[in-house]
Ligand binder design. Structure first.
Ligand SMILES: *Cc1c(COP(=O)(O)O)cnc(C)c1O
Length: 213
């Protein structure tokens, strides 16, 4: 079942990803370790998790299988140590304080932590992320952070404005030639995201089935 779903999602990606620039992140929040293992068994390598405690249990249980872990949920600043120690990517950096803490807490024995700035692309009061107007201000501060590397942007657009928001993101990232990563697109917006230059798509429901969240 999961293997079939994964194959379907991969086919949807390959149909559009002419430049071979898209990496599929399997978003496995709330799903049991056995589900992740099914995906691993057919070659899935990148996993996205939202909740730290749950993620740490999975990372521990699945270690040694050469997986790449993405933290995609809201980052509480008192949780940054474990995130810095256990993940390869953090997509949801939404303030400098969090970036500084991740930088200070990233173990020197590990490679630099890859981070994305979460952009509140639709200026929604209820969503986290920095506003488009704040991007220019915040980016220079990353140059002083030696243990993390800012790779690009992530967004979670409003459901009824997805296409326009992805188009805006595509334009914004072009202004920063050093940034090479755009994380956008979920189960219901995969095609639109790839059409607008996504390099990571984050797919949960269409791989693991609907969640009750
Ligand atoms: C849950 C989640 C996803 C996956 O969404 P689906 O609709 O299940 O594909 C992607 N990104 C983030 C930030 C999420 O929290």
């Amino acid at each position: 079942m999961i293997a079939d779903n994964l194959k379907k999602v991969q086919d949807r990606i390959h149909a559009l990803d002419k430049n071979h620039q898209v990496t599929l992140i399997a978003v496995s929040k709330t799903k049991p370790i056995s589900d992740l293992q099914q995906a691993i068994d057919v070659g899935q390598q990148h996993f996205g998790e939202n909740y730290l405690q749950e993620a740490l249990e999975k990372i521990e249980a699945l270690k040694g299988q050469n997986l790449i872990w993405h933290f995609i949920g809201p980052v509480q600043s008192n949780k940054t140590t474990k995130i810095a120690e256990n993940f390869d990517w953090v997509h949801s950096v939404d303030r400098l304080k969090v970036a500084r803490r991740l930088n200070d807490q990233r173990p020197k024995s590990l490679e630099n932590l890859n981070v994305l700035l979460q952009i509140n692309i639709d200026n929604e009061l209820t969503k986290s992320g920095i506003l488009v107007d704040e991007i220019d201000e915040i980016i220079p501060f990353f140059e002083n952070l030696q243990n993390i590397v800012l790779r690009g942007f992530m967004c979670i657009p409003k459901l009824d404005n997805t296409e326009r928001s992805f188009q805006k993101m595509a334009k914004i990232i072009k202004k920063y030639p050093k940034l090479d990563t755009l994380s956008m697109g979920m189960s219901n917006s995969l095609e639109l995201a790839i059409g607008n230059g996504a390099t990571f798509v984050r797919i949960g429901a269409d791989i693991f089935g609907k969640r009750v969240d």
